[in-house]
Design a protein around this ligand. Structure first.
Ligand code: ARG
Length: 417
């Protein structure tokens, strides 16, 4: 019995680059009807040519989805509120985009009665895990095809030869040096000369940020307004999330803010040299964190800092569609309910620094903090507090520390001398 065509219909996450163009044709040659889907998450390259390139590569349909608003609102801002930075540095732009693209793939697959989704990830990276795990969670019945993980075209050169032999229009040159990915929240750059950790990133790595050395000699000041942890205004003007991120991006990038160069631990066990440009994410994070220090209690901040690495790992590891994520997100949103106010940032030669912060919910009390006139803090109470606080210290010092053979300064041998 002949197969229904839908049995071999697949929705491919299409970027228009060499890999996904070749994947389109490669799948077509194996009997698949390929629907190319491109998700716009901001700073999409070669926007207008994507559709014609997809058809030229053999697609039967092309879908372009503008997901910028969803991405900003439901991914970037929650990650900002959670303070999520992978290994303390990477604001997770690429990692955040993957679960949303996975959801879009599933939605388009349903619309077109497809039985599979596909992506152009290699078997060495995190992105394959993020796509596969997310699709498995959302649509366990769909097959997942990852041709780059298994095909014979193991080098960039062999892909180019394949593309040329099949008349697939590609604009890339054989000597393209880097593998990049960009969206509203940041730009990721890997490979080429960056694979040597001793090599300083060449100047052509950077596209969004000016070299801090060449940044303006005068600082730029901006004011960001937050409501419940979400950025809502820039210099007093209320803005939608996408516009706000883009405006901060421009001004922070112009001052060289947001360059990140790190050795990172991939989920698949590989250490890798990664370079990022994240001007908006970096500046917004500095501002957000400052507002938190004003509006969260010490105890809330301690819990927040403890969870933030777990939250970042979860995003990095592609575990967005999980119960734990929903729990962490709910806790974060609850913790952010008083994080409302304004932050003044100074952007100057690669740095974003908070120079002013205010909130109607501020826990900072001038009358308690001041060393000037108007002090209401009762310094005599400190004596009783210290007496109790220091009680166990005094007992232990007398019984143990003062008697240890190595003396009280000996910390290297536990005092045993
Ligand atoms: N290392 C980053 C991550 O895993 C960036 C990956 C970039 N992807 C790419 N296709 N260049 O999130």
């Amino acid at each position: 019995m002949p197969r229904r065509t839908e049995d071999k219909r697949v929705v491919l996450a299409y970027s228009g680059g060499l890999d996904t163009s070749v994947v389109t044709r490669w799948l077509t040659e194996r009997g698949w009807e390929v629907i190319c889907m491109t998700a716009d998450m901001g700073y999409l390259e070669a926007d207008e040519e994507l559709e014609s390139r997809a058809y030229a590569a053999g697609a039967i349909a092309f879908e372009m989805l503008d997901l910028r608003e969803d991405f900003a609102r439901s991914f970037c801002f929650p990650a900002l509120m959670a303070g999520a930075l992978y290994e303390g540095r990477y604001p997770l732009a690429t990692a955040l985009a993957r679960p949303l693209i996975a959801k879009a793939l599933v939605d388009v697959a349903r619309e077109h009665n497809a039985t599979a989704v596909a992506h152009g990830c290699t078997g060495k990276g995190n992105d394959q895990v993020r796509f596969d795990v997310s699709v498995q969670a959302l649509a366990p019945d769909l097959r997942i095809l990852a041709p780059v993980r298994e095909w014979e075209l193991t080098t960039r050169e062999s892909e180019i030869v394949y593309a040329q032999a099949h008349n697939i229009p590609i604009t890339v040159s054989v000597d393209k040096q880097y593998s990049t990915d960009e969206n509203l929240w940041g730009r990721s750059i890997e490979a080429g000369p960056l694979e040597d950790p001793w090599t300083e990133p060449p100047a052509n790595v950077w596209e969004w940020t000016v070299n801090p050395e060449d940044a303006p000699d005068e600082p730029t000041y901006i004011e960001i307004g937050f409501q419940r942890g979400r950025p809502v205004s820039l210099d007093g003007e209320e803005l939608d999330p996408v516009t706000l991120i883009s405006r901060v991006h421009d001004v922070a990038g112009a001052n060289g803010v947001g360059r990140i160069d790190m050795i990172e631990d991939r989920l698949v066990g590989i250490k890798s040299r990664e370079v990022y440009e994240a001007p908006a994410a970096t500046a917004l994070r500095v501002a957000h964190e400052s507002l938190e220090t004003l509006t969260l209690s010490k105890a809330q901040l301690r819990i927040k800092y403890r969870l933030t690495h777990d939250y970042a790992d979860l995003i990095y590891d592609g575990l967005w569609f999980t119960g734990l994520h929903q729990d962490l997100a709910a806790l974060t949103a609850s913790m952010q309910r008083h994080v409302t106010g304004n932050v003044r940032l100074k952007l100057y030669k690669g740095q974003a620094v908070t120079v002013g912060v205010e909130s109607a919910n501020s826990l900072y009390q001038y009358s308690l903090a001041t060393y000037d006139e108007g002090d209401i803090y009762d310094q005599s109470s400190a004596v009783g507090f210290i007496d109790i606080f220091g009680l166990p210290v005094r007992v232990q010092a007398e019984k143990q520390l003062l008697r240890q053979p190595g003396g009280v300064l000996d910390v290297s041998s536990g005092g045993t001398g």
